[in-house]
Design a protein around this ligand. Structure first.
Ligand code: GUN
Ligand code: ZN
Length: 447
């Protein structure tokens, strides 16, 4: 028997594929009385409690550490496909749409991370709050300062998290003290990749902010970084706001549309993900699918900044890989439950169907796929890293009451995503280990 074996009992749900708009039952596995057996931080077995237990040697079973979450729902940890850690302090800032919001709130906030201690404290607080919300992996924008990436990865490494992050590249149309050059960003990018990419559970994501804040030369530098190693990631923004789109047409008059700016610079392909993608043509959707470039769907941000309603069902029908994202600080919550609720509401406003099944898929396996991380996380297939969240619908009285009238798992899941928030996060585990538990109110989960 291995001393690090862990056995967990709960109602267990995970996805194996996209359930589609209606919910194809072959896309998920649900064990009402389930077992998750973990060794060395990885899933060994996931299934029905009796079946899993009977297959385990007695000695292994008896020496495993045991977590009893009966009555609660256990799922793979949430994956936030697009979020800005330096923007925590501008969440909930009044009255602006994208371009004014960037100038009035966001750039000043990002300047404050010029101080490495501010950056470290912000990264540490951010990661603790992700875990409190049941989010175990995220694709994260830092700032233009290379040290903002170093401290983020150091804090992620301390917590043993699978995280993506990158230094923001911006060499025009921004305050001088947030500006780099194509050469700076190439040199700093190579050094950061060397230091962090593939180190443990960490991955580097090349991060040109968006087309308006990079020259063509810097977008070329970004492509060079993206191609510098196999398995590299890339994140940016695409078609979020009408003012932004008009600006992109002015700055890149030779490009046929917004996506073409990134395509013509070599910034698409597997591992690349763009935030928003609200105002895309059918041709752009088809080209995203063709190149395996993903979209991060950020519904609370799209509502908060008045950006519009993402056509998420059309995108998925076109074959685009879509993951849910908070986009904090444009987004108004770190909670993936609140984000699922907003996704449904955006769909109601924009004529796009979203089933409960699809929403939960887009917050777990679908998001892991959109980040090209599904070989590691997102489901409980044997060998996957055992990052998971334990959800408790009883934690909110009106949700508990509503759940009492639910006649199916689908109804329970829908009520949970519409009425739930971080109060429902009973526990969060990383590589099998419990790092957060509700009611303990620790600001440092490992203290
Ligand atoms: N476009 C360029 N930068 C940003 C940002 O920080 N947030 C959002 N929502 N959109 C952007
Ligand atoms: Zn963003």
């Amino acid at each position: 028997p291995t001393p690090d074996a862990i056995l967990v009992r709960a109602s267990i749900l995970h996805f194996l594929a996209d359930p589609g708009e209606q919910g194809d039952a072959s896309a998920w596995a649900h064990f009402p009385d389930g077992a998750l057996f973990i060794q060395s931080g990885r899933v060994q077995k996931c299934g029905d409690w009796r079946t899993v237990l009977e297959a385990l040697p007695t000695l292994t079973r008896d020496s495993a550490r045991y977590f009893d979450y009966r009555g609660k729902l256990l799922m793979p940890g949430f994956v936030d496909t697009h979020v800005h850690y330096p923007q925590l302090r501008v969440m909930g800032s009044w009255g602006r749409q994208l371009l004014d919001w960037l100038n009035d709130y966001t750039f000043p906030a990002e300047k404050s991370l010029a101080d490495i201690e501010v950056a470290r404290k912000t990264a540490s607080f951010f990661l603790d709050r992700l875990l409190a919300h049941g989010t175990t992996t995220a694709s994260v924008f830092a700032t233009v300062h290379p040290h903002s990436v170093d401290v983020f990865f150091e804090e992620a490494q301390k917590r043993n998290l699978r995280m993506l992050c990158g230094k923001v590249m911006m060499d025009r149309n921004c305050p001088p003290d947030l500006r780099d050059t194509a050469e700076d960003s190439l040199r700093d990018g190579h050094a950061l990749i060397e230091r962090w990419h593939g180190k443990g559970r960490l991955g580097y994501s090349v991060t040109p902010r968006f087309a308006p804040t990079s020259t063509s030369g810097q977008l070329q530098a970004a492509a060079e970084l993206f191609r510098s190693r196999p398995g590299m990631h890339l994140q940016s923004h695409l078609s979020e706001n009408h003012g932004e789109m008009a600006w992109v047409r002015e700055l890149f008059p030779d490009c046929r549309d917004y996506l073409d700016v990134y395509e013509s610079h070599g910034l698409v392909g597997r591992g690349a993900i763009y935030g928003h993608g609200i105002h895309l043509s059918p041709a752009e959707m088809a080209r995203l699918a063709e190149s395996e470039t993903a979209i991060a769907f950020c519904p609370t941000s799209n509502l908060f900044l008045g950006s519009g309603f993402c056509a998420h069902a059309d995108l998925m029908r076109a074959g685009v890989s879509l993951g849910l994202a908070t986009d904090v600080g444009g987004g108004s919550s770190l909670s993936m439950l609140r984000t699922m609720a907003a996704a449904y509401e955006v769909g109601q406003a924009g004529g796009q169907t979203l089933s409960a099944w699809r929403a939960w898929y887009m917050a777990t396996l679908g998001a892991a796929r959109a980040l090209a991380l599904d070989e590691h996380i997102g489901s409980f297939l044997p060998g996957r890293e055992a990052d998971f969240v334990v959800l408790d619908p009883q934690a909110i009285p009106e949700l508990a009451y509503r759940t009492g009238f639910a006649e199916s798992l689908e109804e329970q899941l829908f009520a949970l995503m519409m009425l739930g928030d971080d109060r429902c996060i009973a526990a969060t585990h990383i590589m099998g280990e419990r790092v957060w538990q509700s009611g303990t109110h620790r600001s440092d989960p490992l203290a």
